[in-house]
Design a binder for this molecule. Structure first.
Ligand code: GL9
Length: 835
């Protein structure tokens, strides 16, 4: 805009971006939406007023986007996921709108505390961990890259539980994220769908004389969509996250009501609405509960019906080209029932013949596998499956029968292969194998890091990869630099931008330019000062939360992730105890001071993971109060690790613990977030660690442990952890320390299940990797003493993380899997000739 234009500029309160307009809009929303005046408004009222002010600015772009999609009818990707771990929306939307600083000033001019308002947001914790957070990063990148897309999932009334710690134990508290209202969503009851359950099927002959099937259910639930706008960074593209909420079809069952059975009538409503009540809090461990299958089918059916309505009714396109306009990405097997449901819709509701229906289905679906752990592979007992989804079971049998005929033709007389590839597991009780269904129904199958994809092809899906090699591909995970750098680390962002401009935020490879500042003394000093300031903030938080005083000059050694034996938080603990033992034996020992920080939740039913949390807290109690080790080691367990909190933790780390047993962590994404923020990694050759090390250079990465192939070899030979225990005196001393009751006030029974499992089974090979881990930790301690060198390594980590932007991952999906063209959206209030 020219200077002479700016005399008077009158802006609309709902779209304007000037500071004065923003202030007016906040007060207007406080008045008209919250119904409050400043004198009686609470912090939450102001948060809501601010959130609505931001939402108003999204809505304009959202409607232009959806109008454009309606007009252009582009090919779209639908990302089906049982989890979307979005984290707080406010700050992210401000970043993506490009008005973060301006809004801060507007808020401050109103006399409000901007940081306190950001803190006020209850995050939608609709996911367990990496898998759900990946879905959220991908939504950000798809919008940023102008890819027409919809995220489909479940609007759980209660998300992942809040974690409290009582006497060192995890306690779960219901997550009431909706209690103060959710300003980011809009309910669309007029676009609800019905979902059927149970009952039976019937054959009939249609008017054309063809044999058809009718499903007569015994239950019906309604899915009401709630839409949240997802704005990209520095673009107008605003996509939709559409989450389905379960409602009773009729608020009251009138017949029962009139018959006087009031409670019976309301019972049906309660029963229906149970469906989307709560997120299952298990990570990588299936429970096989009927309600979980109901949740999966519920959101998948609503989503497919929604896509078909858009395609046929709104756009008037023939169902025969459905797969040309839509592609569905299945986020793990949780939505794999989509294969059978799309078949059912095409066959039974649209009267399409089998072969064409199968062609459409298989050209629509693409499947991402996220774990190789056997206990995570979803399978449903045939009995349960058939009683809930009788028609789908028939369809699955038909798919399977036709498929196994092909296998027989291709590999005659190979009954073992038939048994392995069948969708139905018949080795004992019969189960539907969802990974086989997803694989068979998809035109693309991918793993989430190079090693993971390789192992997927070698083990879990070996036969399928052999038969259909062209369908298999790798898409290494990525994370969004908008949330995990710009929003969570403003200080580092400012420094980086002052040197290389801000294009890196859209094109993360540009961080490479930082390499030329590694030799710049002043740059290194600024880099160090920033890390120190962030560590100080975290230290204050720890002081407040845990009442523990930590030394900000110590190594902040952080392991933050879900608790699982394969992630080996207890290996980290063995290192702590080893250092402790050394200090007790030799109180004058000169070690580099460390603060060990842990965060993460355990699945409520996973006793061993909960015991590991208890062990950490027990060790913390002893170590933190022992004057012999004062100021050299501190142990901190930070409770209730979630997205909001993660944003505070990643930037403060010196050392990132990525110590899973090789071959077990499919990718990891926390590893990327730490490294981007200048932490060094101590890690195994597992998941994306391998690729991170390749990028940052072996000299800037602390590698230890067995390789995945060594792990399988050792296991095949018969691994005996006791040998390591006997041979390694420090390992023995650490284990004996736990066993003796030293950390449990003399109670020698408390940690028995944990110690026993290690000494006699050690399924995740902690003992085999122990010495290598300890040795490399010693190198870490020594390296940290040379602060100047450490800083160079830290800068190089950030500079070389370009590959791990989720923008790169999404570009690969777009080009190699989805084959979708970007569609630019016109900015609001500006002349635009794009469409
Ligand atoms: C996971 C893998 O374990 C991670 O290694 C991977 O980075 C993510 C995203 O691909 O997916 N699979 C999985 O079930 N979870 C993962 O984190 N678990 C949770 O999300 C709790």
């Amino acid at each position: 805009m020219q200077t002479e234009d700016i005399q008077i500029r009158i802006e609309d309160d709902r779209t304007g971006l000037e500071i004065e307009t923003l202030k007016r809009a906040i007060l207007d929303n406080l008045f008209y939406i919250q119904g409050k005046f400043p004198e009686i408004a609470t912090l939450n009222d102001y948060y809501m007023a601010l959130a609505y002010t931001v939402r108003d600015r999204l809505i304009h772009r959202w409607l232009i986007s959806s109008q454009t999609y309606t007009k252009v009818q582009p090919r779209e990707v639908c990302y089906l996921s049982a989890e979307f771990l979005m984290g707080p929306h406010l700050g992210n939307n401000l970043i993506n709108l490009g008005i973060y600083d301006r809004m801060r000033q507007a808020v401050q001019e109103l006399g409000l505390n901007f940081e306190a308002l950001l803190e006020q947001e209850e995050e939608p914790g609709l996911g367990n961990g990496g898998l759900g957070r990946l879905a959220a990063c991908y939504l950000d990148s798809m919008a940023t890259l102008d890819i027409p897309s919809v995220g489909y999932g479940i609007r759980y009334e209660f998300g992942i539980f809040d974690q409290d710690i009582h006497d060192g134990w995890q306690v779960e508290i219901t997550d009431k994220w909706l209690k103060n209202g959710n300003p980011w969503e809009i309910a669309r009851p007029e676009w609800a769908f019905e979902v059927k359950f149970g009952g039976r099927t019937e054959r009939y002959t249609d008017e054309k004389g063809r044999s058809r099937v009718k499903w007569i259910p015994d239950r019906m639930v309604q899915g009401v969509p709630y839409d949240t706008p997802i704005l990209g960074y520095e673009t107008s593209s605003t996509n939709t996250l559409r989450l389905w909420s379960a409602q009773a079809v009729e608020s009251f069952d009138f017949r029962a009501f009139n018959a006087g059975d009031y409670y019976g009538a309301v019972g049906n409503k309660v029963f229906s609405e149970n469906l989307s009540k709560v997120l299952y809090p298990n990570d990588e461990q299936i429970q096989g509960k009927q309600l979980r299958l109901e949740q999966q089918y519920f959101f998948v059916s609503c989503s497919l019906q929604d896509m078909i309505r858009t395609h046929c009714d709104r756009r008037g396109l023939p169902i025969s080209i459905f797969h040309e306009k839509f592609t569905v990405q299945l986020n793990d097997t949780h939505p794999a029932i989509a294969v059978a449901e799309l078949m059912r819709l095409l066959l039974d509701e649209h009267g399409i013949e089998w072969d064409q229906a199968w062609h459409i289905t298989q050209s629509t679906m693409a499947y991402t596998n996220h774990t190789l752990l056997p206990e995570a592979l979803e399978r449903w007992a045939v009995g349960l499956f058939g009683s809930l989804l009788p028609r789908h079971l028939e369809i699955i049998y038909e798919i399977n029968g036709r498929f196994l005929n092909e296998v027989r033709l291709r590999y005659p007389k190979d009954d073992e292969r038939i048994r392995r590839m069948s969708i139905i597991d018949e080795s004992g009780d019969r189960y539907v194998r969802m990974a086989n269904l997803a694989t068979l129904g998809s035109y693309s199958i991918n793993g989430v890091a190079e090693l993971h994809t390789q192992l997927l092809k070698q083990d879990v899906l070996h036969d399928f990869a052999e038969m259909y090699p062209e369908r298999f591909n790798n898409k290494t995970n990525g994370v969004t630099p908008r949330r995990f750098m710009v929003l969570s680390n403003p200080r580092l962002t400012k420094l980086i931008t002052s040197k290389i401009g801000d294009h890196w935020i859209r094109n993360l490879q540009e961080l490479r330019q930082l390499e030329s500042f590694v030799e710049d003394l002043e740059f290194r000093s600024e880099w160090r000062q920033i890390k120190l300031a962030i560590k100080r903030d975290l230290a204050n938080y720890i002081q407040e939360q845990n009442g523990i005083e930590v030394n900000v000059d110590s190594i902040f050694d952080i392991q933050a992730k879900r608790f699982h034996e394969y992630k080996r938080q207890h290996l980290n603990v063995l290192h702590i105890i080893t250092l402790y033992n050394r200090l007790k034996a030799n109180p004058n020992l000169d070690i580099t001071p460390r603060t060990f920080i842990f965060g993460g939740k355990a699945a409520p039913g996973y006793q061993m993971a909960k015991l590991i949390i208890k062990l950490i807290n027990s060790v913390a109690d002893v170590v933190n109060s022992d004057p012999d080790v004062r100021d050299r080691i501190k142990v901190v367990f930070l409770k209730d690790y979630n997205v909001k909190f993660a944003q505070r933790v990643y930037p403060a780390a010196d050392l990132s613990e990525q110590i899973s047993t090789a071959g077990k962590e499919a990718s990891g994404t926390g590893n990327m977030k730490f490294s981007m923020n200048g932490a060094l990694t101590i890690g195994t050759l597992d998941g994306a660690n391998i690729e991170i090390r390749e990028e940052v250079g072996a000299e800037n990465f602390f590698l230890f442990g067995l390789t995945a192939s060594k792990v399988s070899q050792i296991k095949a030979k018969g691994y005996d952890p006791m040998q390591y225990y006997i041979a390694n005196s420090e390992l023995k001393a650490a284990i004996d320390r736990i066993n003796s009751g030293f950390f449990s006030k003399g109670d020698t029974a408390l940690f028995k299940p944990l110690v026993g499992s290690l000494m006699y089974q050690d399924p995740y090979l902690l003992f085999a990797d122990y010495q290598s881990y300890i040795d490399v930790q010693t190198q870490v301690g020594e390296a940290y003493r040379d602060q100047d060198h450490w800083t160079r390594m830290s800068i190089l980590n950030t500079a070389r993380m370009g590959k791990f932007s989720s923008d790169r991952s999404i570009r690969e999906y777009v080009k190699e899997v989805w084959k979708i063209d970007p569609l630019k959206i016109c900015p609001p209030n500006e002349p635009c000739s794009i469409h």
